[in-house]
Write a new protein. Structure first.
Length: 254
C-alpha cells in the first residue's frame, strides 16, 4: 500500500463489501460507532445537492461563520507549512490490527512517526485539519443554533445511554461525563491526530483539545484527548481561562 496515495471518496467502502464484519445490532437497538456511515452521509449530500460535499460544507456552514482554517486534507488545498508532524501510539494493538508501514518509524518505545500519511481515507468521516480557534467557533455556533434549526439541534441532543456509563449518544453529538463535569460535543481519532471538543451546558464555555498524536486502533493503553479531560483540573482551568478572557461589562449604575 502506498501511504501517500490520495484515496477516492468511496475507496474505503470497498473494505465493507467482503461482508466479513456484520452489523452489531438491528437499527435502533443499540449504539456502535460507524466511520463508514459518515462516508455514506457525504455521498447523500452529493446526491441531494448535486455538488461536491466538501464544497457544500464550506458554502453552507464554514464560510458563513468566517471559518477559513477548517480544511479537508486530500480534497482541497492545504498549506502544508502549517501542518505539524504527526505521530501515533505504536501499541501492540495498533501493530497487530493496523500494522507498521515501511515509511513509518519508531521515535521511541511508545510513538511512531506517521508524517508521510494523509487523511484522505476519511473524507467526510474525518479528513479534517483545523485550528483549535475555528473548531471552538464551530462548536459555539452549533450550540447557539447557527448551523442547524432548533428542531434539528434537539434531534442531535436526543441522548440515549450506551455501553459506556459515562457517555450518552445522540445524532452526531455525545454527552460525556468527566467526573462531576459534563461536556456536550464529540471526540475523534485518526491516524496521527486526535481531538475532543464540547461545551459545558448552562455555561458560556467551549473546550477544544487537539493533538498531533493519534490513538486510533491503539487500545486502552494509548492516551486519548478525552483521558486528559477526566482530570477535573483541566475543565476547571478552561472555565477559569474563559472567565478571565471574557469581556468585562461595565458596572450597573447605582
Amino acid at each position: 500500500m502506498d501511504v501517500e496515495h490520495i484515496w477516492g471518496k468511496t475507496e474505503a467502502l470497498d473494505y465493507l463489501k467482503s461482508g466479513r464484519d456484520k452489523a452489531p445490532n438491528e437499527p435502533g437497538a443499540g449504539y456502535s460507532y460507524s466511520n463508514s456511515n459518515y462516508t455514506l452521509l457525504g455521498l447523500i449530500i452529493e446526491k441531494v445537492t448535486g455538488h461536491d460535499a466538501v464544497l457544500e460544507i464550506h458554502n453552507r456552514i464554514l464560510a458563513p461563520l468566517g471559518l477559513t482554517d477548517i480544511r479537508f486534507e486530500g480534497f482541497e488545498p492545504v498549506d502544508v507549512s502549517r501542518l505539524p508532524s504527526r505521530y501515533h501510539f505504536g501499541t501492540e494493538e495498533f501493530l497487530r490490527d493496523a500494522g507498521m508501514h515501511s515509511t513509518f518509524r519508531h521515535i521511541n518505545r511508545q510513538l511512531i512517526d506517521v508524517s508521510r500519511s494523509n487523511l484522505s481515507t476519511e473524507w467526510t468521516a474525518g479528513a479534517v485539519v483545523a485550528t483549535a480557534r475555528d473548531m471552538a467557533i464551530f462548536a459555539r455556533a452549533l450550540r447557539d443554533g447557527l448551523i442547524v434549526t432548533p428542531a434539528g439541534l434537539q434531534r442531535m441532543k436526543a441522548f440515549k445511554p450506551t455501553d459506556d456509563k459515562d457517555e450518552d449518544m445522540g445524532q452526531g453529538l455525545a454527552l460525556d461525563r468527566y467526573g462531576k463535569e459534563v461536556l456536550i460535543g464529540y471526540t475523534g481519532n485518526v491516524l496521527g491526530f486526535g481531538a475532543a471538543l464540547g461545551w459545558i451546558p448552562e455555561e458560556d464555555v467551549v473546550v477544544v483539545l487537539m493533538t498531533n498524536v493519534g490513538a486510533m486502533h491503539a487500545g486502552d493503553s494509548a492516551y486519548y484527548p478525552e483521558k486528559l479531560l477526566k482530570d477535573s483540573h483541566v475543565i476547571a482551568a478552561a472555565r477559569a481561562l474563559a472567565r478571565a478572557l471574557a469581556p468585562k461589562l461595565p458596572a450597573a449604575a447605582p
